[in-house]
Design a protein around this ligand. Structure first.
Ligand code: NAD
Length: 351
């Protein structure tokens, strides 16, 4: 049974990937500082996996710690080797992800995302771990209007967050080019992951004030927030609101499993892949779909544009489909229904 290290594995995307990994018979080691998540997610992962199958608890180990701490990272890799279960691959999600916050705290973003990744790569090198799937982002592209983004589209992040992701990709590319290291690297450039696990036990639950559309929408729909503020009604799109490529988090998790299978059966691979559905939806279309499928209504209004946003981010995902033998299965309706189920379940749980 192969052991996979998942950094940031208790976060929104990481926790869903952990479920898929366990279901696919991997053993996982999770690192998370819990700066934007909680150990409740560990319990939920175990619960989901035990519900569908009788997996043993030792299939998951969790280490609370920070990727900024080199000694901590080295300890994890060394311990795995000492235990005779070396880490075969890393899925690297740990990092800070708010576009808006990164414009206010750029150095914090550089330190966590870039220095943290440098530490991780150093530990991987020392302990001879050669496979990594990195959580990159569509924010590394230069914004376009009505043009699908391919992996060769112009790069040009417009936020410090996007710049840190692009910097990490460059770092990984340099490593890939140095023949000495012989690494397998896949950068998955996520578009807009949303939705939740179908059980309602896992979903997006950021600490502090949420910045992304879905967590805010859930708070408005559940009455925690009075109304939804839509940032900009004057973008150059058909209804004036931003267009994004929303992808269900479980489809995204499956893309990681495929990427992992790919690199574990390859040598000296370096690939960038867009992970989206290829279908753009405006903020207004999402709001209307959410209300319709979940039979709820709430107020929204338009406010001025937000720094760091771009009007149109939609993937040309053909390279991912052909390389990974993977295809997103879930619709925007599924994303809205599953996210709402998670909200209702977690609201009852935390009452
Ligand atoms: N959610 C999105 O829309 C999106 C889009 C593109 C890329 N990504 C990237 O995917 C990854 C996961 O995103 P997410 O939405 O699950 O975010 P998240 O905040 O829910 O998960 C990130 C996890 O990393 C942990 N973490 C943060 N800094 C850490 C550190 N220094 N050391 C150890 N753990 C740390 C957090 O506690 C959290 O559990 C991030 O790298 C993000 O940049 C996310």
């Amino acid at each position: 049974m192969k052991k996979i290290l998942v950094t940031g594995g208790l976060g929104f995307i990481g926790s869903h990937i952990c479920v898929s990994l366990i279901e696919k018979n991997y053993s996982i080691c999770i690192i998370d500082s819990l700066i934007n998540s909680s150990e409740d997610n560990l319990l939920s992962i175990k619960k989901i996996c035990n519900l569908s199958n009788n997996f043993l608890e030792d299939r998951i180990t969790f280490f609370k710690g920070d990727i900024k701490n080199k000694r901590f990272l080295k300890h994890i890799f060394k311990k795995a080797i000492d235990d005779k279960k070396p880490i075969e691959a890393v899925i690297h999600l740990a990092g800070l992800k708010s576009v808006n916050e990164s414009t206010e705290e750029p150095l914090t973003y550089w330190e966590t995302n870039v220095v943290g990744t440098l530490n991780l790569l150093e530990a991987m090198q020392i302990y001879n771990c050669k496979n990594i799937v990195f959580s990159s982002s569509a924010t590394i592209y230069r914004p376009t209007i009505n043009e699908l983004l391919t992996e060769n589209s112009d790069l040009g992040p417009i936020s410090p967050y996007g710049t840190t992701k692009l910097t990490i990709e460059k770092m990984l590319e340099d490593l890939a080019k140095s023949k000495k290291n012989d690494l397998n690297i896949i950068n998955l450039r996520y578009f807009n992951p949303v939705g939740a696990h179908i059980s309602g036990l896992l979903g997006e639950n950021p600490k502090g004030k949420p910045n992304n559309l879905f967590p805010i929408l859930l708070k408005v729909a559940s009455g925690e927030y009075k109304k939804l503020s839509i940032f900009g009604a004057d973008w150059p799109t058909h209804d004036g609101t931003c267009i994004r490529d929303y992808i269900h988090v479980m489809d995204l998790a499956e893309a990681h499993i495929s990427a992992l299978n790919f690199i574990l059966n390859s040598s000296s691979v370096f690939i960038n892949l867009n992970i989206g559905t290829g279908i753009g939806k405006s903020v207004l279309e999402v709001v209307e779909t959410f209300m319709k499928v979940n039979k709820c209504e709430f107020e929204y209004s338009f406010v001025s544009r937000r720094q760091g946003d771009s009007p149109y981010l939609v993937a040309d995902n053909r390279l991912a489909l052909s390389t990974l033998n993977w295809k997103p299965q879930k619709s925007l309706n599924d994303m809205c229904i599953d996210a709402w189920k998670w909200k209702i379940t977690s609201k009852n749980k935390f009452k």
